[in-house]
Design a protein around this ligand. Sequence first.
Ligand code: SF4
Length: 719
Amino acid sequence: MDVLQQIRYGPARVAGGYTDRILRVDLSAQEITIQELPPDFKTMYVGGRGYALKVIWDGTTRDTRYDSPENILVMSSGPLGNEPGFPGTGKFIVGSISPLTDTFIDSNVGGHFGPTLKRAGFDAIAVSGIAEKDVVIIVDGDAGTITIAAAPAYDDEVDGGALSFGEQLLKDVNGGEHCDKVAAVTAGKGACHARFGIINSLYFDKKRGRIRSKQAGRGGTGTVMRVKRLRGIVARSSLSKANGNNAVDPKGVREAGSQLKRVVWDCDAKQLHLSAWGTTGLSEYMDKFHIFPINNYQYGQHPDSKKIFAEVFLERYFSKKLPDGCYYGCNLACAKGAEDVKLTRGPQAGRKVGIDGPEYETVGAVSCMGIFDPQFVMEYNWYCDEYGLDTISTGVSISFFMECFERGFLTVDDVGCELTFGNIEAADRLLHEIANGEGFGRIVGQGVARGKKWVAETYASKNGTTEAEVTAELNKFGMEVKGLEFSMYISKESLAQQGGYGFALKGPQHDEAWLIFIDQVHKEIPTFEQKALALKWFPLIRTWFNATGLCKLPWIDVRNPEAASTPEPAKNTPSLAHYVNYLNATTGSSKTLQDVLDDSERLYILQKLINVRQGKGTRKSDLIPARAMGPAYFNEYEARAEYYDEWLKEQLGNDTLPARPEERRRLLMEKRAAAYQRLCDVVYEEKGFTADAIPKRETVERFGLLDEQAARLLDEFGV
Ligand code: SF4
């Protein structure tokens, strides 16, 4: 490799989960520096998302955009990542200013990169600047070197693909062979053309004997990476993975880990079957409860859905019934994959590939386009990973334009084909056009928020109407908030999930508040007050998982039987007790669950401050499309008329149900919109915000966040 810059360093020993160092790389100046963190840094910001938030808060301004040289791409595990004795410790966070939302985005991802980076001596890597040509960064804890090198041009790299480039890069760094001491992150050519480029996290799976990948999918962090002309980062360390955190109390770690593993062993096979089916098992539940997205979230159920339920993938594709943990020690092992799948479409048709997935979200993204073909799901999954595109945003963006076409806002002349729901050929064509920045794919690759603007301009100029009128219509079904596309749950029948999507600081991704299951399926938070309180509590505990380097699934997707006898079973506090014990044993702290929630709240408020600074923090930014609240059009109402009429009757009490069905739909939507506004009032108050969703000064002060920048910002808003 052509070395452009290299430093030597002595890797810091991990102690109690931390190295207390951040690796800083400025690609414009080709500068590599090691930032030693003061002791109170981890106390304040924990790790993972917290470290990314602090670096972005201090290092960017309200004028920073995703492609500004000063934008920073941060990757950080957390104190609890890197421990095979406890389930789900391979997660790390990628944070940056997003090309879709123009504010802070973070995306959590599994694999070995976060733990390996930590063993190589760093709690986080923060990359700023823009290189003059494509580069890679290699953090070699064994050799004690950090290198910026020109990105190699590999003979057998497949056309700028994130997976094929990463495979070659990993081999290259490891002397021509694969091993599990190295891990990488890469972004593909799709990230050069679309705003929703992803970062692939690549690791060697000894059991399958191949490189596998997990994805930091949301918000365009891969796009940021390619703007910086960074094609990949490799971390290497031969240090032992066992007790990799050098815990203060290793016995306590083992005990907490074996207790949680026992819960997973005893319960998963009786509950969601994640270790057998992966997350594809969710499709059947979602379809049963009218939550599975069909035709751009118009419907939640379809007779053809069963063609893409879990057993189809299990029988046809998940050929090796292997325990598929995305990091050592995870016995929930939901990271399913398939071997030797022959591609039938696209530029690689005929090639046999290993495919990692599909996850539920990818299946939902395909049904969202009205497609129920499992082979297409697999190929869509592989191409999105190889190109480096978010399967969710790609699917939702194509779905949005399909609906624009079907409702007459676009014509064949505008898009180049019959862009109707269920048209596999059209969806496939658009996928490749998005990745290559060609044809109509150039527009789709900008995402739904910018797509709405383009459609409004195009339609208004041809049809003698105003852009404002068209936009008002598109806002009903353009499924984005703050610029990010919705993830794959229909929230029409769950007020809690409507809030979960609307208030989510990064935009409508369920990892902040996945309340649909406990609200709509289990009906565990039936009252308005319970929903409002859940919208404070769940985002805080979920923030903690994202700050510590942990996967949430062993907690939220495996219900501990002991939870049934607690006041709020949905919180699954008996399992959370194992997490708190694990934290204390690792770091030597003596925290309670409430302490953990307080630590999270500090991070939550900091993220909110960044949103306020970037113009995405007021009440207006939490508005959700009509379709997220109920039947935006009559066809949606008709498909669930009985349920909607029943709901409306309950709301009306003694008042009579209007005779005309369209009038019922209109009235229902009015009541849904009012309920959402009421929810805003109560939840903002609960969170210590003003009615306009700005954190109150005392809230900011309580968490020690009232620095000069925060004080100026609050002054501007008169808070
Ligand atoms: S539950 Fe699944 S996603 Fe989470 S750590 Fe385990 S294998 Fe990875």
